[in-house]
Design a protein around this ligand. Structure first.
Ligand SMILES: Nc1nc2c(ncn2[C@@H]2O[C@H](COP(=O)(O)OP(=O)(O)OP(=O)(O)O)[C@@H](O)[C@H]2O)c(=O)[nH]1
Ligand SMILES: [Mg+2]
Length: 232
């Protein structure tokens, strides 16, 4: 895939976010999991991310520069185990690929988002899936396919629910339909996270930390990590 160079100020802002993410800390003994939102630009990743993090609809999102990271504590559905999630909202724009792909490494859960009114965003899901898999190493990634903007009228829909569901089944993904503009759809994303996080933990996944302080290191990508990003 071709990389279009980001303009200098944008790249600097993206690097700053990367730097800030590398110094985020949290206090928790137990397991941590890494969650990432990926998909084309404008499909609604940030809107879903904000709905999940703040339980609020944000109608005024702006296109993401690089990656935004937040932490969230979650309790798994069956075992009620406390897990710390690092949730990364990535820019869909090609301009930031060299930055965003540094975050693909060691992903536990990937949320692949498309817009039901944008055919291309659905057709590109396969590419997003490959990019995540190419950078995963040995990690077994759980994938959630999210059909967003379901509040739009039937006439505006380009991808039917059955197409999305079928694709998810064929590719061993969970599937949800939602609208980031419906506050109540927070439940859908929260439920699926609890279920999938529970599955990852039950299968022995995630990273166990015994320290009271957890630090993200993705900002300091090694040369090896950077070159693995070139697979993107
Ligand atoms: N009608 C409708 N609009 C939505 C929905 N989700 C997001 N949008 C709108 O779609 C536009 C893009 O949303 P974002 O959340 O910024 O998209 P994104 O995927 O984060 O885009 P990038 O950061 O550029 O990768 C905004 O105008 C949102 O208000 C939705 O569920 N329904
Ligand atoms: Mg965004």
């Amino acid at each position: 895939m071709l990389h279009v160079a980001a303009s200098q100020p944008l790249l600097q802002a993206a690097s700053l976010q990367l730097y800030m993410a590398s110094y985020m800390t949290s206090n928790l003994e137990g397991k941590t999991l890494k969650v990432i939102f990926i998909g084309d630009s404008n499909v609604g990743k940030t809107s879903i991310f904000k709905l999940y993090m703040h339980h609020k609809v944000d109608l005024k999102t702006i296109s993401t520069i690089g990656v935004e990271t937040r932490e969230n504590i979650i309790y798994t559905k069956d075992s009620d185990e406390k897990v710390l999630l690092y949730v990364h909202d990535t820019a869909g724009s090609e301009r930031f690929k060299s930055v965003t792909c540094q975050f693909y490494k060691e992903t536990d859960i990937a949320c692949l988002v498309y817009d039901v009114t944008d055919q291309d965003s659905f057709y590109h899901i396969g590419e997003w899936k490959r990019e995540i898999e190419n950078n995963a190493g040995d990690r077994r990634i759980q994938m959630i396919l999210i059909a967003n903007k379901c509040d739009k009228t039937n006439e505006q829909w380009r991808i039917s629910p059955s197409e999305g569901r079928e694709y998810a089944e064929q590719n061993n993904m969970k599937f949800i339909e939602m609208s980031a503009h419906y506050k109540e759809d927070f439940e859908k994303i929260d439920d699926i996270f609890k279920e999938v996080v529970g599955k990852v933990i039950a299968e022995g996944g995630g990273t166990r930390t015994n320290s009271s302080s957890v630090t993200l290191h993705q900002g300091n990508a090694t040369d090896q990590e950077r070159s693995s990003c070139l697979k993107c």
